[in-house]
Design a protein around this ligand. Sequence first.
Ligand code: APR
Ligand code: PHB
Length: 395
Amino acid sequence: MSSLSTQVGIIGAGPAGLFLSRKLHLLGIDNVVLEHKSRSYVENRLRAGLLEQNTTDMMAELGVDHNLKLKGLAHHGVMLSFNGDRVHIPFEELTGGRRITIYGQEYVVRDFIAKLVDEEQRDIRFEASALEIRNIHAAKPSIVFIEHEEEKELMCDFVVACDGYHGIGRQALQKDSYRTHEIEYPYSWLGILAETPPSSDELIYAFHEEGFALLSYRSPSLSRLYIQVDNDDHIDHWSDDRIWQALEKRLGSAGWKLNTGPIIQKSITPMRSFMIDKMQEGRLFIAGDAAHIVPPTGGKGLNLAVADIRILSDAFERFYDNGDTALLEGYSNEALKRIWRAQHFSNFMTRQFHRQFESGSFEYQLQKSQFDYIKNSVAMRTTIAENYVGLKHID
Ligand code: APR
Ligand code: PHB
């Protein structure tokens, strides 16, 4: 088996792996990224597109914010709706000027790959699948991977598994050494991308008796919209007309009109909360979706992955600077504080705006009363705003 070596071996070229690779490179720490899928597959994977200020600040620090500055859309607030009754949450006013940027995750990934691969010819290997992580308790762990049908071994000082929910990294942790938490929600999101100008310049999260709906966008001419469907529903049951009718009804309020247009992409995604409560063992570290999934209602998935990378890269910087392992050992506990906060907020937004209970039931009345409280209390609106834009520090 042929062998190569680096300081940090990274599995996965999603946002977590790409941010980490770039940051380590700037710190002078050698790294190799192994990605199972092709470059075009990774660049075209459509996901949420809501970037916290912490994330856009890190893109600026990493020098990968050229297109973000040109095409990212500043997002100053959200509209929340309950059966057509709306309340506005102005972020900057409630959070001392912090803001959110709308910029699709697929664009973030493309910008990083262009920088790392096209500009800098870095060692990012697409269609290279990690098969096994070896010797995580020894000084030189390794990743066995397959590339062009040949098995190879990447010798490292550290392995970082940024390999998403279905990756092999999490499986390499000792089974009884951590707890897993998981909720599967009894609904999914049907998401569409449509060639039509957004019908609102702010996102709208709507509860409706027929189910949740969300209005978002990707550009001044491209809308991204979602509706709640059953977990066993199928995309073939949803003609374009039926989707537009559902959106119109669920997002509607007096005097407001939904723009429609050609639907160029549609898919159904289940909703789940998932996490493990330990993200390190020996010289193996787990980051991003490999360690935690949040339902997309809070817009936190990508931002949490980036927050993990910020903590982990500071820890590598310290280690390679003076051999101090304290930050590396503290990585898991430090990252988990923000993950729990995001889990709580994402769960709150999900339960608050999805239809699960019969109208008039106890649980329904709680949802309604909570919405009325959001309308009536600046404290509650501030709570939502500061969680939505992302807390700067969590102690
Ligand atoms: N070998 C190599 N690559 C692998 C392997 C493997 N055995 N297993 C998985 N991968 C790759 C996947 O192909 C994928 O490209 O790891 C990558 C993981 O990327 P993401 O799933 O995008 O995860 P992450 O980088 O943590 O990004 C988190 O993605 O799912 C969204 O909402 C989430 O926005 C958040 C972000
Ligand atoms: C999106 O634009 O895709 C999006 C925005 C906000 C969310 C989820 C998805 O909460």
